[in-house]
Design a protein around this ligand. Structure first.
Ligand SMILES: Cc1cc2nc3c(=O)[nH]c(=O)nc-3n(C[C@H](O)[C@H](O)[C@H](O)COP(=O)(O)OP(=O)(O)OC[C@H]3O[C@@H](n4cnc5c(N)ncnc54)[C@H](O)[C@@H]3O)c2cc1C
Length: 360
């Protein structure tokens, strides 16, 4: 993996000057994704295993196990202050909790913005401030726009066209400058552009993009009612643009426009009568991830690859990635190690457990 760590765009350019081909292979990945991750993914995703009943079952089973072992789970509870000197946490309703070991499994920008470091000893304070500066200077990685559809068509219709998880690029030309220079211009000149200018770009972006499509019912029939199908299509989407649109006051309209454009693209290519068969639809944007999952810039797999990682990104050092500068506070999950994803979340959880056990 370390030997193929260079960004996928640079790697492909060594073999071909054909920008469309480079786009088709790489445009579904985050900007500057390490080569091993991008090329490995096309193979790995085909071997994904899903729990019966859908991915949510994994969380349910974990929760059952935690409760069975005497654990307590508090949902709808946001930790809003961490006091490492007195080893307490405070939530958004003012409740206080003591801890002996704290394992922080969420965004590190959040941790460093709510932790009270004033009373820490000088050395720990200095190390924590250094780490905080690195964390605060970085940003969350790329985000996505996901469209969810309930469709009045049987699974058999979809089974004739694909399996349950695939990538689809309707046009061979590739995104090219659409998600590079053109997008940057759009963001930097946003205030001087009209809604029509932005939507024209969105139209082109949706037409030239790669769609990651999931049809969970094709793996597990029990997930859908007879004769109907649940369908998810995702495309990468830049947080900064959506944020500007929200600030300009037309976010809901924008979400509707992107959803409709995505439906049009799918209707004019893979599924000719899709529109009239839709029973319901909803979507999740980079701002939804930021709001509901509390991730910086709506990032879906931790830190951006466009800047130097503020956390460990050498596989050999992953066991150390769970340590913070403060005794008895550990960090795990997609913000603790880069590159991230489900395996990182599981591995760092394991290493934190291991480290706590050794230091008992
Ligand atoms: C559409 C999509 C596709 C993906 N595909 C893949 C894939 O194919 N392979 C892969 O490996 N990964 C994939 N990922 C990424 C993967 O899902 C994440 O990296 C992983 O779920 C991160 O897990 P985590 O436990 O670190 O963090 P999270 O799942 O983000 O959990 C953190 C939790 O902490 C909570 N929280 C945040 N702040 C606070 C606070 N102050 N107080 C209390 N709670 C708080 C959040 O609400 C959240 O529930 C995908 C993600 C998305 C969105």
């Amino acid at each position: 993996m370390n030997r193929m760590n260079e960004p996928i765009e640079d790697f492909l350019r060594k073999y071909t000057n054909n920008e469309s081909l480079i786009d088709i292979i790489s445009q579904h990945f985050f900007k500057r994704t390490p080569t091993f991750f991008a090329l490995g993914y096309f193979y790995v995703y085909q071997e994904y295993l899903y729990p019966k009943g859908g991915t949510g079952v994994l969380a349910q089973k974990l929760a059952e196990k935690i409760i069975e072992q005497g654990g307590v789970i508090k949902t709808n509870t946001v930790i809003s202050a961490v006091d490492p000197t007195n080893k307490t946490l405070t939530d958004n309703k003012g409740n206080k909790y003591d801890y002996s070991k704290l394992v922080w499994g969420a965004d590190l920008k959040e941790l460093y913005s709510i932790i009270d470091i004033l009373k820490l000893d000088n050395k720990t304070k200095e190390n924590t401030i250094n780490q905080k500066e690195k964390i605060m200077a970085s940003r969350g990685g790329d985000s996505v726009f996901s469209l969810y559809l309930g469709i009045n068509k049987p699974l058999e219709y979809f089974a004739k066209k694909s399996n349950g998880h695939f990538f689809y690029t309707p046009q061979k030309s590739g995104l090219s400058q659409t998600n590079k220079q053109e997008l940057n211009n759009l963001i930097s000149n946003f205030e001087n552009l009209s809604k029509k200018d932005i939507l024209n770009w969105v139209d082109k972006y949706c037409k030239l993009n790669t769609y990651e499509i999931s049809i969970p019912g094709l793996r597990d029939k029990s997930l859908v009612p007879e004769g109907k199908t649940g369908f998810i299509a995702s495309i990468l989407f830049e947080y900064d643009l959506v944020k500007k649109i929200k600030d300009a006051g037309w976010y809901e309209e924008f979400k509707e426009e992107v959803s409709n454009k995505m439906i049009e693209v799918l209707q004019s290519s893979l599924y000719p009568d899709l529109k009239e068969k839709i029973i319901f639809k909803f979507s999740f944007s980079p701002l939804s991830y930021e709001k509901h999952v509390k991730t910086s810039e709506g990032g879906i797999t931790g830190w951006t690859y466009e800047r130097k990682s503020p956390v460990i990104n050498d596989l050999k050092k992953i066991p150390k990635s769970v340590k913070t500068a403060i005794d008895d506070i550990y960090q795990v999950g997609q913000w603790a190690y880069s590159p991230a994803g489900i395996p990182t979340a599981i591995l760092t959880g394991w290493y934190a457990f291991d480290s706590i056990n050794k230091n008992k």
